[in-house]
Design a protein. Structure first.
Length: 244
């Protein structure tokens, strides 16, 4: 798997914006125009929010953008806790499938991919006044979509939990599990998942519930009855146990 995605959207100038993507293995840089796809930025924010929320019933999204005369398709596909990003370039506005070229592709953890876009949009927002965003982009800053995206990111941060035991996950806690290639995953904690495998592959749902109850009563001083109610309600909803 490639390294984490890095995204850069530079402050616009005269209706154009330089953007770049890289992951340590591949990179792609281009310039995009404010028209005719004047809704590109707000639509991108809407796509990112939908990827995070994951409740729209739609897992694939396409964003159209252009550089004059070249046109681009930005394809986003959510696959569990991963996101696949592909960028296709067309030589002209005709957008013939046989003439398109894939110029960039990246597969990464949902949290990491969305986080890369969040960082660059946050910088655009912070610089919008000093860089005269609306004047230089010929379009207003997409405040509503950006605020909705911020809320979606906060909700994601609040609900990221191990999909085996339910433990809150955070890189700051140092408790993210690891994939086979050594990269971290925001799907499982380090106690449940290491090097691409469950640390206790034969553990049953009943055993996990019992372990969770013991942890909550011992570490959180939670009354046993409440711990049992919580564990029996919550643990079975986690991804690992949907297969049992």
């Amino acid at each position: 798997m490639a390294n984490k995605l890095e995204v850069s959207f530079n402050s616009p100038q005269c209706g154009f914006m330089s953007i770049g993507f890289g992951d340590g293995t591949r990179e792609f840089h281009t310039t995009t125009a404010h028209a005719p796809h004047e809704r590109a930025l707000p639509e991108l924010l809407q796509i990112l929010s939908a990827l995070l929320e994951g409740n729209s019933g739609q897992n694939e999204f396409v964003l159209q953008w252009n550089r004059e005369p070249e046109e681009f398709d930005f394809l986003f596909a959510r696959d569990g806790q991963n996101v696949i990003l592909e960028i296709f370039q067309y030589p002209g506005e005709a957008r013939r499938a046989e003439s398109r070229e894939r110029v960039f592709a990246h597969t990464g953890d949902l949290r990491d991919v969305v986080g890369a876009f969040y960082a660059t949009f946050s910088q655009l927002y912070a610089d919008k006044d000093t860089d005269e965003f609306e004047f230089n982009w010929r379009q207003p800053f997409p405040f509503t979509e950006y605020e909705n995206f911020q809320r979606s990111v906060k909700i994601m941060d609040d609900k990221i939990r191990c999909q085996s035991c339910g433990m809150p996950l955070s890189a700051e806690f140092g408790n993210l599990g690891t994939n086979a290639d050594g990269s971290t995953t925001s799907e499982y904690c380090s106690f449940c998942f290491k090097n691409g495998e469950f640390t206790n592959p034969n553990q049953t749902l009943v055993e996990m519930i019992e372990s969770s109850v013991e942890n909550m009563t011992a570490d959180l001083n939670m009354p046993r009855q409440k711990a049992e109610e919580l564990a029996n309600t919550f643990i079975p909803t986690l991804k690992r146990w949907q297969k049992t």
